[in-house]
Design a protein around this ligand. Structure first.
Ligand SMILES: NC(=O)c1ccc[n+]([C@@H]2O[C@H](COP(=O)([O-])OP(=O)(O)OC[C@H]3O[C@@H](n4cnc5c(N)ncnc54)[C@H](OP(=O)(O)O)[C@@H]3O)[C@@H](O)[C@H]2O)c1
Length: 248
């Protein structure tokens, strides 16, 4: 099977996942949707750590050990990936203000597979394929970097705002301020923007595949969160959308 074909299969799986999650209203059972009917459970902090570790390791290792020639743009891509996954693997889980919260092991194993695959595809592209090397001063590297950084700022601000909600009170509250006035899940929105930016810089099929996957994975989760907020809080603001301001 060619590398290109593998990417197309992975995009097809993403689209299938998107339509299944959306139309059958399936909720990935972690966080507020967690329940113990999915088998054995693990602490959610360690769950996050193990889920994200393959992405942190696989992409940079394959990209760096691979024989393909690299330039500054290759190292920009590797660095942005590492910056994101150091945060998601080593910092985010241990900042969470949740006590004794658990997630099913099956979620952890499926996310390990998901992250290993995305890490492999993106690492292989940089390490083993003779791609046309993009000049670091080209317009799409600059635009893509700005998009990535904007997404990262939004994602971290939203993650931190949600984590801070538990500092003064236990339980769930209505998040307020900034992008929360427009959408229920600015953290997911920021993550989607980040990987769109990465795809604009890389301008290759695996990065596009990962951007599509991120949208397909997170937009149904945002809708689940949004529906949950509307059910849980009778005074939940009516004008908010799930993840795309004014649209969805
Ligand atoms: N690239 C991908 O495909 C992908 C996939 C999944 C997640 N992610 C990223 O991982 C991060 C976490 O995602 P998530 O869906 O798990 O986030 P989430 O459900 O919004 O939860 C994040 C944290 O904030 C707490 N929290 C959320 N809303 C709250 C509220 N209204 N009041 C009080 N506490 C609240 C949660 O507590 P509880 O745990 O108790 O709910 C949890 O500790 C996001 O940045 C997301 O973009 C990326």
């Amino acid at each position: 099977m060619s590398f290109e074909f593998l990417n197309y299969i992975w995009i097809a799986v993403a689209l299938l996942t998107f339509f299944s999650l959306l139309f059958f209203n399936i909720k990935a059972p972690y966080g507020r949707h967690s329940n113990d009917s999915w088998g054995r459970m693990i602490s959610n902090k360690w769950g996050w750590f193990f889920m994200e570790l393959p992405a942190l390791m696989v992409m940079p290792i394959i990209a760096i050990i691979g024989p393909s020639e690299k330039n500054e743009t290759s190292y920009v891509l590797i660095s942005l990936w590492v910056i994101h996954y150091v945060y998601r693997t080593l910092i985010f889980p241990f900042k969470l203000n949740t006590k004794n919260k658990k997630m099913p092991l099956i979620i952890v194993f499926s996310a390990i597979g998901f992250n290993a695959m995305n890490g492999f595809l993106n690492g292989y592209a940089l390490g083993f394929m003779d791609l046309y090397l993009i000049d670091v001063t080209s317009y799409h590297v600059i635009i893509g970097s700005l998009v990535f950084i904007s997404g990262m700022v939004i994602n971290r601000w939203a993650d931190n705002s949600l984590i801070r909600l538990r500092e003064s009170k236990q339980g769930y509250q209505i998040p307020r301020g900034g992008l929360f006035e427009y959408i229920s899940c600015p953290n997911h929105f920021g993550e989607i923007v980040e990987w769109m930016g990465f795809a604009i810089i890389a301008w290759n099929l695996p990065a596009l595949t990962f951007a599509i996957w991120t949208f397909c994975n997170l937009s149904p989760r945002s809708r689940n969160h949004h529906d949950w907020y509307k059910q849980y809080f009778s005074d939940y603001p009516k004008n908010r959308r799930a993840v795309l301001p004014y649209i969805f």
